[in-house]
Design a protein around this ligand. Structure first.
Ligand SMILES: O=C(O)c1cc(=O)[nH]c(=O)n1[C@@H]1O[C@H](COP(=O)(O)O)[C@@H](O)[C@H]1O
Length: 235
């Protein structure tokens, strides 16, 4: 594959048919796709394999967070689907992350393994509510360092934290950033947001974008506009 689109469209649909209808209209040159908990629970591995067979790079976003053995086995099962990226929660700890990385090292067509640091829907106050008395930025820094030490390929964080991550983890360590909101779009439940242009200027490798595309009156036009904003910001 010679193309490397920066957008990962979050296919947060309730049914396989909606996801497939979107995938039928877009070209893998213009976006990657993400299958998350809602769609995977409804449609399962068969849908993931269909998207992979359409030549899309698929990020299977199941955010595994369990004991090391369970997460390692779940990652191995995900690898068998031919996905591009799988993820775990960094707060599952270093033993869990290392077990996942080790399990994947034995897989044919090894997917990239990335760790969610602090969900983009959380701010400092939410962190405090779960007993983490530091800022989201410092917690992202701590967990991203841990993920790197455990041999992961990158992290999920907000684009706001990418410059901090880049001080200790240069490419090819990946920064995958949800919480992307084009200017004027609805913020919804996201807290640590940036526009597509700001995110790529901050150094984000891939931008995870759901509702601003999937809920737009014309999703393809919304994707095209975002791709244009990214191209302008990179030029
Ligand atoms: O791992 C993720 O993809 C993820 C991590 C995170 O911290 N925040 C976050 O929003 N996501 C996912 O990114 C997508 C964002 O969707 P929108 O808020 O609709 O753009 C959703 O599918 C989330 O599950």
């Amino acid at each position: 594959m010679t193309y490397d689109p920066k957008v990962i469209v979050a296919l947060d649909y309730a049914e396989a048919k909606d996801a497939l209808s979107f995938a039928d209209k877009v070209d893998p040159r213009f976006c990657n796709l993400k299958v998350g908990k809602e769609l995977f629970t409804a449609a399962g591995p068969a849908l993931v394999e269909k998207l992979v067979n359409k030549d899309f790079r698929v990020f299977l976003d199941l955010k595994f967070h369990d004991i090391p053995n369970t997460v390692a086995k779940a990652c191995t099962a995900a690898a068998k689907l031919g996905v591009w990226i799988v993820n775990v929660h960094a707060s599952g700890g270093p033993k869990m992350m290392s077990a996942a990385a080790e399990a994947l090292s034995f897989c044919h067509n090894r997917p990239k393994l990335i760790a969610v640091t602090v969900l983009t829907s959380m701010d400092d106050e939410e962190l405090k509510a779960v007993g983490i008395n530091t800022t989201a930025a410092l917690q992202v820094e701590r967990l991203a360092k841990l993920a790197k030490e455990c041999g992961l390929d990158g992290v999920v964080a907000s684009a706001r934290e990418v410059p901090i991550i880049r001080t200790f983890a240069s490419r090819p360590f990946l920064t995958v950033t949800p919480g992307i909101r084009p200017a004027g779009s609805e913020v919804g439940d996201q807290k640590r947001i940036m526009t597509p242009g700001e995110a790529v200027r901050a150094g984000s490798d891939y931008l995870v974008i759901g509702r601003p595309i999937t809920k737009a009156s014309d999703p393809l036009e919304a994707l095209e506009k975002i791709n244009q904003e990214i191209a302008v910001s990179l030029s």
